[in-house]
Design a binder for this molecule. Structure first.
Ligand code: ADP
Ligand code: MG
Length: 404
């Protein structure tokens, strides 16, 4: 299936060298000299080198990597808080890197908003003033900015706290204020730099859930920086893993876990519990064969025998699941002159495609029937048998240990 999605951000061959002699550093990178050695020889720091990727509209794209790998530099190049040394950054097709000041200001105002590491709030101002502040620096009038700020405050669950001083709020609430300030300007793109890293684990997890819930409704394009793999896997539709200013791999959580591009990525993902990341969709098989609710028992029996299976899912012409038929019941029913409907088991086990394997394993181990994977319209889109889960986990375990 090809999905044509709009590219919101296109980054092409982006380079950032910190120092006065970027050219010298660039020619050394091109010769394959390491970032460390380039610094020792030239005192130039390779912030980013030859970074290219796309971010699609409505996507949450996570930049992930160890401290110093270039995540913040990359994020800040996207709105030119940091001037790139070379390369292109297209937002809706327009190159940020070559815009004059006026165009840049316009683009930032209309399309980009940043949530900073450690909130960057005004401690003595109230929640509502802090949220309105983002609009104020954009020159939005008072009459316009307060209703918008109130909206944003409500969105992040801070209704009732409008007139509290931000310095009196907990870390989690302060982060909500920071998020509300970014949302108040209704940007197309949210740039978030380690936005949740300062929070303690429980609050942090809560904020991640909150962002996912908000994003479900808002469908903004989000570029989220994190050094935390769990956070990256949880939030990211796709993840770019950075190392020494270059991208080591870009992919979905599944791709990065199951096909790490190199040893660096493998090491990164080694400790991850795959049953939390892989979902029903990753391990299901095509639902074949199935039998139509309008077909007879004999057809169903033939299909089961031909495929050597002891049960078969029954669907209507729209592929909506109607139940499961077991071979023993079908054989008995033929003898007793009953119909398929008479012996159809309608109380079936089913899951949605995005359910993690961790939640599926207990369901499967209590039952010998296959598990139906159904979409929101109850259409049968896949089947999971016990072996498919073990198979998927075994393969990735093997990869991890270098056995395959
Ligand atoms: N203003 C700067 N001047 C010189 N070097 C910098 C500057 N900002 C970042 N760097 C260097 O660029 C590299 C990437 O830094 P950064 O993007 O902050 O990493 P991350 O956000 O992944 O921790 C690091 O080696 C850092 O020391
Ligand atoms: Mg950083």
């Amino acid at each position: 299936m090809t999905i044509h999605r709009k590219k919101k951000i296109e980054v092409r061959n982006l380079v950032k060298i910190f120092g006065k002699n970027p050219q010298k550093a660039i020619s050394l990178v091109e010769q394959g000299v390491s970032k460390q050695e380039i610094f020792e020889r030239t005192k130039q720091t390779v912030g980013l080198y030859n970074v290219s990727f796309d971010v699609y509209e409505g996507e949450t794209f996570v930049l992930m990597g160890l401290s110093g790998s270039g995540k913040s530099t990359l994020l800040r190049c996207l709105n030119r808080l940091i001037e790139p040394s070379d390369g292109h950054i297209l937002i809706d097709g327009d190159d940020i890197a070559t815009m004059d000041d006026k165009e840049l200001r316009e683009t930032r105002r209309k399309k980009l908003s940043m949530v900073f590491q450690g909130f960057a709030l005004l401690p003595h101002r109230t929640v509502i003033d802090n949220v309105a502040f983002g609009l104020e620096i954009q020159g939005v009038s008072k009459e316009e900015r307060y209703p918008k700020a109130e909206d944003a405050v409500a969105k992040v669950g801070l209704k009732g706290y409008e007139s509290s001083k931000t310095s009196q709020l907990s870390g989690g609430m302060q982060q909500r204020v920071g998020l509300a300030r970014a949302l108040a300007t209704d940007p197309d793109v949210l740039l978030m730099d380690e936005a949740f890293s300062a929070l303690d684990p429980l609050i942090r997890s809560e904020m991640q859930d909150e962002l996912l819930a908000l994003q479900d409704k808002m469908k903004k394009t989000i570029v989220f920086v994190s050094h935390d793999l769990d956070e990256a896997l949880k939030l990211g539709d796709r993840i770019a893993i950075m190392k020494d200013g270059v991208i080591a791999q870009i992919g979905t959580a599944e791709e990065i876990l199951t096909e790490p591009a190199d040893d660096y990525v493998s090491e990164f993902v080694a400790g991850v519990d795959r049953t939390k990341i892989l979902t029903a969709e990753n391990v299901m098989k095509r639902p074949e064969p199935v039998v139509s609710i309008n077909a007879g028992l004999k057809v169903a029996l033939q299909l089961m025998k031909k495929h050597g299976i002891s049960s078969i899912f029954v669907v209507d012409p729209e592929k909506v699941i109607k139940g499961i038929l077991f071979i023993d019941d079908a054989v008995a029913a033929v003898k007793d002159k009953k119909t398929l409907q008479d012996v159809l088991v309608t109380d079936i086990l089913s899951v949605k495609p995005d359910v993690p394997i961790k939640e599926i394993i207990p369901v499967m181990s209590d039952s010998s029937s296959p598990l139906a994977v159904i979409n929101e319209n109850n259409k049968l889109i896949g089947v999971i048998v016990r072996g498919s889960i073990l198979g998927a986990l075994a393969i990735t375990e093997g990869d991890q240990n270098g056995l395959t």
